[in-house]
Design a protein around this ligand. Structure first.
Ligand SMILES: Cc1cc2nc3c(=O)[nH]c(=O)nc-3n(C[C@H](O)[C@H](O)[C@H](O)COP(=O)(O)O)c2cc1C
Ligand SMILES: CCCCC(=O)C(=O)O
Length: 348
């Protein structure tokens, strides 16, 4: 496995087709899914030379937490479908790589067990219409030691994924469940609900019940970024849910600059969607992201070799990022300024 593309190819041969398609697929015609990757391909870099970059530091700090590199693990559902190591395996790999894992509410292992690996954990949730249950879940993830709440705001309804419909993939196989949806750790799991009635007041409600930093995931419009600041969010993630929600939504990297401008440095802006190479990370950082997160590549690594495979994927990205930075003449993330990114057709 010498590239993330290798990881996907290998995973495709190992997974049941329905499970591969659940991980790989997007909503409807998958235009946004493709755009996330294609949009990075439209960006080109203008490297600087003779900058004395013999020693590099890839570290960043996000929400007061030091990361060894600006690449985090995005929240994705059902890791035990990929490999028996499950979320615990992913967590061990993220910890070994010195980065944060965002644990999905739809994880197939309990948050306590994942946190016990020692990884720095943020917890992703869909605020449930049953607010009392949501509050108990917040208490649970606080008690487990999670350092931030990541609230997905791009899912008032669940996107329509044709691959899943064709495979009739709906339920998890016997023995797997959304472990964080169990009321007391032992009861039957509730179904994850999507609430189209949610509005901006949910941020104030969450602020009233927890002191954890609140990260809004799924911001694309600059006005929403301003609203996030105004409502007291601590960070935003520019994301279209990996093309799994609104098909036709703008590619993440194309939405980033306007969000960064709207936020004006008042809170960190993160990005996910289509990050596959070190140069993609460089592009996002140069356009103002504080860090990026990767979703599918982690699932491919997990499928191929469990914890070890995730570690390989993260270290491939680190190595790729380091080389991209040296070649751009940057010895640290702060040296990646906007002028190194060139958008548009190359005429040479
Ligand atoms: C299989 C799969 C499951 C996902 N599950 C969740 C989830 O439970 N919660 C969430 O907020 N986002 C979820 N996402 C979206 C990711 O957090 C992220 O936005 C997206 O995967 C980033 O794009 P990438 O896969 O191109 O890196 C999921 C994505 C995939 C591919
Ligand atoms: C109830 C599972 C939610 C997973 C999710 O968000 C996704 O597949 O994109």
């Amino acid at each position: 496995m010498i590239s993330l593309a290798d990881a996907e190819r290998a995973a495709a041969t190992l997974l049941e087709p329905a499970h591969y398609d659940f991980f790989a697929g997007g909503a409807d015609d998958e235009r946004t899914l493709r755009s996330n990757v294609d949009a990075f391909d439209r960006h080109r870099l203008l490297p600087r030379v003779l900058r004395g970059v013999g020693k590099r530091d890839l570290g960043v700090e996000v929400l007061g937490q030091p990361l060894s590199m600006p690449v985090m693990v995005a929240p994705t559902a059902f890791h035990r479908l990929a490999h028996p190591d499950g979320e615990v395996g992913t967590a061990r790999a993220a910890a070994a790589s010195g980065t944060v894992m965002i644990l999905s509410m739809a994880a197939t292992q309990p948050v306590e067990q994942v946190a016990a690996t020692g990884v720095r954990l943020w917890f992703q949730m869909y605020v449930q219409p049953d607010r009392a249950f949501t509050e108990r879940l917040v208490r649970r993830v606080e008690a487990a030691g999670c350092a931030a709440l990541v609230v997905s705001v791009d899912s008032p309804v669940f996107g329509r994924r044709l691959r899943d419909l064709r495979h009739d993939f709906g339920d998890l196989p016997a023995g797997l469940a959304c472990e964080n949806m169990r009321e007391s750790g032992t009861g039957p799991p509730r179904a994850v609900a999507f609430d189209a009635a949610l509005d901006w007041s949910v941020v104030g409600w969450l602020r009233g019940i927890t002191t954890l930093p609140i990260v809004l995931k799924g911001i694309l419009h600059p006005d929403d970024a301003r609203l996030a600041v105004g409502h007291g969010a601590d960070a935003v993630i520019v994301s279209n849910h990996g093309g799994r929600q609104l098909d036709g939504a703008v590619a993440s990297i194309d939405a980033l600059p306007a969000v960064v401008e709207a936020v004006g440095g008042r809170l960190p802006v993160l990005l996910d969607g289509g990050v596959r190479r070190g140069t993609d990370v460089v592009t996002a950082l140069a356009l103002g992201a504080a860090a990026v997160a990767v979703g599918r590549p982690v699932l491919w690594g997990l499928t191929v070799a469990g914890e070890h495979g995730v570690r390989q994927v993260l270290e491939l990205l680190r190595d790729d990022l380091d080389r991209a930075m040296v070649l751009c003449g940057a010895d640290r993330v702060a040296a990646l300024t906007r002028d190194v990114v060139h958008v548009g057709r190359c005429s040479w």
